[in-house]
Design a protein around this ligand. Structure first.
Ligand SMILES: *[C@@H]1O[C@H](CO)[C@@H](O)[C@H](O)[C@H]1NC(C)=O
Ligand SMILES: *[C@@H]1O[C@H](CO)[C@@H](O)[C@H](O)[C@H]1NC(C)=O
Ligand SMILES: *[C@@H]1O[C@H](CO)[C@@H](O)[C@H](O)[C@H]1NC(C)=O
Ligand SMILES: *[C@@H]1O[C@H](CO)[C@@H](O)[C@H](O)[C@H]1NC(C)=O
Length: 365
């Protein structure tokens, strides 16, 4: 082979060498769970880079990660089903969730032996089910001791994942966690250094700021902007970045759902109007798909408030706060301008004919 013909080859090799140093591609993700009304095979995987399969459980006796009998079949086929339509999509097994008992996680994280049970079983289950990563949904550590223990857990989890990868010759499992909208929860700070050192990224749950069950005013439950002393997505993201977590470790949560309130006075129908509790469903929670159907059926008035980046609609005494394409587009613009790694949706079955997923993906570019 003539040496001059080697030059392009060497140049390609050089590019291949440089590639791993480039920033990770944007994360366009969503959570899925089996009884959500959408089969895994129905997910439009062309719109996503990563899907989270929810939820595996933590056994409070053995501290091992387990998958319930009902979830065995859907979880075991999740990755292969998605990859049939998009071979490069990555899947992560999510452990815990909002309905799991946070005290089980606190006690698991409090002892080296139980942390080891958790870690070893999580890796074993991820590999045997074919997932590309693991997602910790401990909602949430609540005091300084628990936060320190979470930091230890993440150090040991990362070490174990790296060891397993070098032993098995496979790519290391991705490691992520779903966390509170802010780095500070009731005056207690998350272990930000450990998070930055050990996790590929965090999924920031930037929603549920207001709910009909405890707030007797209509609320934009996932608003992007508000006054500095009030809860908002931008204030939470600023807190994470202010605590020195790289924006490249932050993935922004987008709610594909909203909440319905009953208005105290149908004529008083803005954000912050007096309300008397939930409407439509017991908690007021409705998926985006259900909200769109409600608007259609009832001819509801729809409003987008770009100052706070929140949509709402009302019809008679029913008021619903949610994210439509306008809120999603403004949040994605905020995320790219802030240098975040990407976004995730909770949850994929809430979308209506892929409208929000497409808006998010195309606005990101
Ligand atoms: C969580 O588990 C703890 C310890 O077993 C128990 O005391 C508590 O009642 C449980 N909480 C819920 C919401 O089930
Ligand atoms: C933190 O919570 C744990 C329960 O997970 C409790 O045992 C411990 O006493 C608490 N620590 C502090 C400092 O409040
Ligand atoms: C909200 O209003 C309803 C109806 O007036 C009342 O029953 C409920 O206690 C109120 N909730 C709160 C949190 O104030
Ligand atoms: C939008 O929200 C802001 C902040 O709550 C409020 O001041 C403003 O009046 C709202 N705009 C509209 C058009 O409702």
């Amino acid at each position: 082979m003539a040496s001059q013909n080697l030059l392009p080859f060497l140049f390609c090799l050089l590019l291949l060498q440089l590639h791993p140093l480039a920033a990770q591609d944007a994360v366009k993700a969503a959570y899925w769970f089996p009884d959500s009304g959408l089969a895994a095979s129905e997910i439009d995987v062309s719109l996503f880079t990563h899907l989270f399969c929810a939820f595996a459980d933590l056994d409070p006796q053995t501290y091992q990660v387990t998958i319930s009998a009902a979830n065995q079949a859907p979880f075991s086929t999740f990755t292969s089903t998605l990859q049939q339509n998009n071979p490069s999509v990555k899947t992560l097994l999510s452990i815990g969730g909002g309905n799991s008992n946070a005290s089980y996680f606190a006690s698991m994280a409090s002892q080296p032996s139980s942390r080891k049970s958790f870690i070893d079983s999580s890796i074993e289950i991820a590999r045997s089910y074919g997932f590309h990563g693991l997602d910790l949904d401990w909602e949430s550590p609540r005091n300084d001791t628990e936060m320190v223990n979470m930091g230890l857990l993440l150090d040991e989890w990362r070490a174990a994942v790296d060891t397993e990868a070098s032993n098995s010759g496979q790519s290391p499992l991705l490691l992520t966690a779903a966390v509170y909208y802010s780095s500070v929860l009731d005056s207690v700070t998350f272990p930000v250094d450990s998070i930055g050192r050990n996790l590929d990224w965090i999924n920031v749950m930037a929603y549920d700021y207001y709910m009909p069950s405890w707030y007797n005013f209509t609320g934009a439950h996932a608003l992007l902007y508000d006054l500095p002393d009030r809860v908002s997505t931008s204030s939470g993201i600023e807190a994470w970045i202010g605590a020195e977590l790289s924006p490249q470790k932050i993935v922004l949560g987008l709610p594909f759902y909203g909440y319905a309130w009953t208005l105290a006075d149908p004529a008083d129908n803005g954000v912050g109007a007096p309300a008397t509790g939930a409407a439509v469903t017991k908690s007021g929670a409705m998926t985006y798909k259900e909200i769109k159907a409600f608007i259609e059926t009832n001819g509801a008035t729809t409003v987008y408030n770009s100052t706070i980046a929140a949509n709402y609609c009302y019809s008679g005494s029913i008021w619903i706060g949610y994210d439509d394409v306008e809120a999603i587009a403004d949040k994605i613009s905020y995320a790219t301008e802030t240098g975040l790694l990407g976004y995730f949706a909770w949850h994929v079955a809430g979308d209506d004919n892929w409208v929000l997923s497409e808006e998010a993906s195309s606005t990101w570019g």
